[in-house]
Write a protein that binds this ligand. Structure first.
Ligand code: GAL
Length: 851
């Protein structure tokens, strides 16, 4: 009896021990993610999370590790991305998870760098992405209505969402399985437009929520801009500011899924930018007011390769003025100032997660928030939300100077670690170095050989083209297989038609809902026009007695991605199209005639983009400034390892391929409107997407990114489809270089660098502000100091000048500290520079050259 009992106990012991081991192993890998009123809770601990959006198809897998590392170095904890349905399922049931669409690889790389992932499955994305991320085949599913309580739509949405969740589960990528995904999003900003869908919108939203929950990811779901998101889905905020946001339940944390770090560019638009002082202010205000999760949209914007840009008229660059620029280089001082901000916020983490802030007014437009824990830690945020004047406030018996529109962060409720308006990171210049492609006055830097060409036929070239009475809507006709749709008409004209003026002249009237139209009469370009949604053209033309052809080429530039019913807005020449007499007003409506249609161009069909065709013509003069010509050349890689761009100045509009990879639409002749730009943008005051614009009256985009990994050392092919007319020999290559110039201005009133922050007030009182410089490239050193002044220097980077007061030692002190080293630090104080003028707050401004 006893023996048996002992055996049993031993057996149980073994079982328990192995169970324990299993639990320990699981615990080491899997994490529980929940949330409460204050924050996301990971493994039982509330977290302050700084996140940034990087959309994987907007860069290449070769760029991902560097972008992710730069995100980590910038102080991010989380990478946020949408999932791009139309990229993953270009044809129904045919999936693509390769190359730039290798989502699993992207998520794993984030995990490898120690970052979490917020996966916004959508599957509606918006994102200035073609058709908002929906595959266009979805539009043709019988009976479908997008984003509403419609069975065919819901079935497809559920199928794709489940497909992604299953893939993530298979690869063990949810935190609940030991992976990095701590949060998933369903839908996107549906609350902004749901009223347009009436009651069916509400039931669709609820269905989306429960469908998502049923997929059982083991981590929370969020819906952004959805005030009525049902429990347990967290409703989150998107916007330039979210400090005033409160979630719809006291059990949910205050989360910000899109803090727009800049704004997107459109063809024909000036370039938006958002000053970092304002961006940092918005972030600090959010944490001041109880937020615990904040995401930059975008942290790296990247490029809309191929025909992925949304629209209409979204540019190929999706730079977004993000902290990491389109090419993957740090945008300074934006990146650096935000890194310092993140450090300051993290210094407050213990207090922030412990409690709600206690908010008090320190005067008009002046606000303090204090986070105090029972164990004695304390963090404070002091804000001046006035836009005009700096203020001095008294807080806990101490006096603090707060610049207008700024927040000071005090991780110990006493000492300022950071102020959003006081930048401690140097501006690093970036510049493009040109390399010409074509032998150009014997230039030694030439990269390319001669050009060859193929002329695209004008009008219908297919034998089995579609003939239909009336004008067809474009997307329904092309299914977005191409940007191009030919509308062609052959007609017999007699000399006595009433719409003809003398000499068989007439005016061709064309009405289109976008985005570009070229009109060819008897094979010759007669006129063209473009607009987002409304093109109205009146083109004087010459017809001939007898047979005439009218060939209209309608071109889309990115399908709409935002707004209620964006999927059925449509595009193309919807009419009327008519011939009119300028003299008598007599007119003939052609709209309901028998039109012949061709989807796409012949060269697209035959795959000219790949470069390999036997039809390229190289032994005759190159036709230039003619519409619809394909061009090809070969080139060697631009020297060095810097990012590469093509400058398309000289060409008109089209699509380009490098070694068969489409680098996107180019359109250097699309000129930004002339109004709305400001010389320098005052960061103080509420930011809007049209507040800070540059590049008015200039081409919206001349430089187009070609990822390095798409280029071989030599023998590369560049193919252009030039639709408008241009001279490809004017094209040049450019490499983007960073940091030959560093410049920074730090005042005596700046906080000491956040890295040196210590809560020991006696010590920190002795810590002066420091101006630090570091050449971005490891092989560089500071070779000279262009400008240095300790006193009251004026101007900004690139144009500093000495003010009324300047220490005579300025230059020599900075030279001694910096020249010859990659990095240097100079204390900003009279101890170092002497006293050039009593009773004023002095600054040290420096401009240095790295070589
Ligand atoms: C938001 C949307 C994003 C993006 C952004 C503008 O409304 O959720 O996907 O389109 O606007 O860049």
């Amino acid at each position: 009896m006893m023996v048996i009992a002992a055996k049993m106990v031993r057996g149980k012991k073994v079982e328990i021990v192995s169970l324990l081991i299993l639990v320990i192993v699981m615990a080491a890998t899997a994490a529980t993610v929940t949330y409460d009123h204050r924050a996301l809770v990971i493994d039982g601990k509330r977290k302050i999370l700084i996140s940034g959006s990087i959309h994987y198809p907007r860069s290449t897998p070769e760029m991902w590790p560097d972008l992710i590392q730069k995100s980590k170095d910038g102080g991010l904890d989380v990478i946020e991305t949408y999932v791009f349905w139309n990229g993953h399922e270009p044809e129904k049931n045919k999936y693509n998870f390769e190359g730039r669409y290798d989502l699993v690889k992207f998520v794993k790389l984030a995990a490898k760098a120690g970052l979490y992932v917020h996966l916004r499955i959508g599957p509606y994305a918006c994102a200035e992405w073609n058709y908002g991320g929906f595959p266009v085949w979805l539009h043709f599913v019988p009976g479908i209505k997008f984003r509403t309580d419609n069975e065919p739509f819901k079935a497809e949405m559920q199928r794709f969402t489940a497909k992604i969740v299953d893939l993530m589960k298979q690869e063990k990528l949810y935190a609940s399985q030991g992976g990095p995904i701590i949060l998933s999003q369903i839908e996107n900003e549906y609350g902004n437009i749901d009223s347009a869908y009436g009651a069916a919108g509400k039931s669709y939203m609820k269905w989306s929520a429960s469908m998502a929950l049923s997929l059982d990811t083991g981590v929370p779901w969020n819906m952004c801009q959805q005030g009525d998101a049902p429990d347990p889905i967290i409703n989150t905020c998107n916007g330039f500011y979210c400090d005033q946001f409160t979630p719809n339940s006291n059990n949910k944390p205050k989360m910000w899924t899109e803090n727009w770090s800049g704004w997107f560019l459109g063809f024909g638009e000036p370039t938006p930018y958002r000053p970092v002082e304002d961006l940092a202010f918005a972030v600090a205000r959010f944490f001041q007011r109880g937020g615990t999760f904040q995401n930059y949209y975008m942290y790296h914007g990247g490029t809309n390769f191929e025909r992925t840009s949304g629209g209409p008229l979204i540019s190929t660059s999706y730079d977004y003025d993000a902290p990491i620029d389109e090419y993957g280089l740090l945008r300074q001082p934006k990146w650096g100032h935000l890194r310092d901000l993140h450090k300051a916020i993290k210094l407050c983490e213990d207090a922030l997660i412990a409690t709600d802030p206690e908010i008090t007014s320190l005067g008009s437009n002046l606000e303090a928030a204090v986070y105090k824990t029972s164990s004695g830690s304390c963090a404070a945020f002091l804000a001046n939300i006035g836009t005009q004047s700096d203020a001095t406030v008294t807080f806990n018996g101490k006096s603090y100077r707060l610049p207008a529109w700024s927040v000071s962060i005090l991780p110990d409720c006493k000492n300022v670690a950071f102020n959003t308006a006081k930048i401690n990171s140097a501006t690093e210049s970036t510049a493009f170095a040109r390399q010409s492609l074509k032998p150009d006055g014997g230039s030694s830097a030439e990269l390319g050989s001669q050009w060859s060409h193929i002329k695209e036929p004008i009008g219908i070239s297919e034998a089995d083209a579609l003939v239909k009475p009336g004008l067809l809507e474009q997307i329904n006709t092309t299914a977005d297989k191409s940007d191009y749709l030919w509308y062609s008409l052959r007609m017999d004209i007699k000399g006595d038609e009433t719409f003809l003026d003398e000499g068989s002249k007439a005016v061709l009237h064309i009405q289109s809902i976008g985005q570009v139209v070229y009109a060819f009469i008897n094979g010759k370009l007669a006129g063209s026009g473009n607009d987002r949604t409304n093109i109205s053209l009146d083109i004087p033309i010459n017809l001939v007695n007898g047979k005439n052809t009218i060939d209209l080429l309608s071109v889309t530039v990115g399908l709409a991605n935002y707004g209620a019913f964006f999927d059925i807005i449509g595009a193309g020449i919807t009419g009327p199209v008519s011939l009119n007499s300028a003299k008598t007003g007599s007119s003939m409506d052609l709209s309901s005639h028998q039109w012949t249609y061709q989807v796409g161009l012949k060269g697209e069909d035959t795959g000219l983009g790949s470069g390999d065709s036997s039809e390229w013509v190289s032994n005759s003069p190159l036709p230039t400034n003619q519409p619809l010509v394909w061009y090809k050349t070969t080139f060697d890689a631009p020297s060095g390892s810097e990012p590469v761009a093509i400058d398309f100045t000289g060409t008109g509009k089209g699509i380009a391929w490098v070694n068969g990879q489409s680098i996107g639409r180019y359109w250097p002749t699309s000129i930004a409107r002339t109004d709305g730009c400001v010389g320098s943008c005052n960061y103080r005051g509420t930011y809007r997407n049209d507040k800070c614009l540059k590049n008015c009256g200039k081409p919206s985009q001349t430089l187009y990114h070609v990822p390095r990994s798409w280029i071989k050392p030599s023998g590369n092919t560049l193919v252009l489809l030039e639709e408008m007319g241009g001279d490809p020999t004017k094209i040049s290559f450019a490499t983007k270089h960073t940091g030959s110039n560093l410049c920074l201005k730090v005042s005596e009133s700046h906080p000491a660098p956040v890295d040196t922050w210590t809560s020991d007030s006696k010590f920190s009182n002795r810590t002066s502000p420091v101006l630090s410089l570091k050449c971005p490239v490891s092989t560089q050193v500071i070779s000279s100091i262009r400008f240095a002044s300790f006193g009251t220097p004026t101007g900004s980077c690139g144009s500093f000048s000495h003010g009324r007061c300047s220490s005579a030692r300025s230059l020599s002190v900075v030279q001694k500290a910096c020249v010859g080293s990659r990095s240097c630090k100079v204390e900003v104080s009279t101890r170092v520079f002497g006293e050039p003028c009593h009773g004023v707050v002095k600054s040290l401004a420096v401009e240095a050259v790295c070589a």
